[in-house]
Ligand binder design. Structure first.
Ligand code: NDP
Ligand code: PYC
Length: 335
């Protein structure tokens, strides 16, 4: 393993993206996102993602100097056209207006169109909880996941993330794929030559498979929680696809045309301002919510994001560790 400081991984990420011709604003937004992922030990969405970002550029499937354009679509709707660039800069572009609209209307939506998506959603959710907002985000990806009871891929890995601000504490955030696991994690198993657990995917005949390459290249991933994951994945296809006039996961994969680039579609982000919902009851209601978190934690169950927050403190103190092979692959992108 190679140990690197947070400054070193930030510099490395920026150098790679600059070297490949991304605009300064794209470099900053993408680097910040992958560094945050690595810092919080979200290995499938940390520095590893840079390999996919550069492959996607080489396949001609991302616009390296895209300048997202915001539109004030409706009193409670912000639209940002990412212009074929990566999602993080589009999110950054729409964030101030989304916050403004949520605090005026109580509830507002940001629809991002035409973005290439590679990132973990909690990075965005944290920026909304920091503004005191409750938030929900979701997006399709490529059609890699079979529905419960089927064997042919229909859904993307369709992540959904939710955040709740906690006065004086780190926010409550969950963020997961509606597949049994993110595809990035299966890719990491393939890189490491490690079998995957039963339940993550099937081979081309729909039989359970523990081989990462079989599931990735010939079979299909599976939804989490059987029909429940399938239904959530369907909802995400709808509300972050046709409802925002953007691609479903099947359409994203078709657009990819075998390039194996990162998915290209839209994203839907909803923000709720508790102060607008609750007025002078805001503080007491947020305090009541704390009783729920306490009743989870007091019995030894952990809250989602707790592992991440601990990893963040560790990384800030000691830096991060990445496999030597990944470090070499990243350095090769500088040559
Ligand atoms: P996991 O199945 O590991 O689930 C992650 C979530 O569950 C985190 O919030 C995690 O918190 C929480 N969690 C995990 N274990 C526990 C536990 N024992 N008790 C309580 N909470 C727990 O992740 P996925 O593989 O489903 O997704 C990983 C990432 O991949 C996400 O960030 C997602 O946004 C990203 N992704 C992005 C896609 C895209 O299209 N851009 C597509 C699919 C996934 P903690 O982090 O603290 O462990
Ligand atoms: O890990 O499933 C995944 C994924 C898809 C797009 C970005 N991450």
């Amino acid at each position: 393993m190679a140990r690197l400081s947070l400054n070193e991984i930030e510099q490395l990420s920026q150098d790679i993206l600059q070297r490949h011709g991304f605009s300064p604003a794209q470099v900053q937004a993408v680097a910040d996102t992958v560094v945050a992922g690595q810092r919080d030990e979200c290995h499938s969405h940390g520095l590893y993602r840079l390999l996919g970002c550069i492959d996607t550029l080489k396949a001609g499937k991302v616009v390296p100097n895209a300048k997202p354009v915001p539109h004030d679509r409706a009193p409670a709707i912000v639209l940002v056209d990412a212009g074929g660039g990566f999602a993080p800069l589009a999110f950054r572009t729409g964030l101030p207006l989304l916050i403004d609209k949520a605090s005026q209307q109580g509830l507002a939506a940001l629809m991002i169109n035409h973005c290439v998506h590679f990132s973990a959603l909690w990075v965005e959710i944290e920026q909304l909880t920091e503004a005191g907002l409750v938030a929900l985000a979701c997006n399709p990806s490529h059609a890699w996941v079979a529905p419960a009871g089927g064997r042919l891929p229909v859904f993307g890995t369709n992540p959904i993330a939710f955040g709740w601000p906690r006065p004086g504490k780190a926010p409550y955030i969950f963020d997961f794929a509606t597949s049994a696991i993110a595809r990035g994690d299966i890719e990491l198993h393939r890189r490491d030559g490690v079998p995957i657990p039963t339940g993550w995917g099937v081979d081309g005949e729909g039989r359970a498979s523990n081989d990462a390459a079989t599931v990735l290249d010939k079979g299909a991933m599976l939804p989490f929680g059987g029909h429940k994951g399938s239904a959530l994945a369907t909802m995400i296809e709808l509300i972050a696809g046709p409802m925002i006039d953007d691609f479903t996961s099947a359409e994203s994969l078709e657009w990819d045309a075998g390039c194996q680039a990162l998915p290209y579609h839209g994203e839907l982000i909803l923000a709720f301002d508790p102060r607008r919902f609750l007025g002078d009851r805001t503080e007491s209601s947020l305090q009541r919510a704390e009783m729920l978190f306490d009743s989870i934690a007091e019995q030894g169950a952990r809250l989602p994001s707790q592992r991440r927050y601990q990893a963040r403190m560790r990384s800030q103190a000691e830096g991060v560790e990445i496999p030597d092979a990944l470090h070499e692959d990243l350095k090769a992108l500088l040559r």
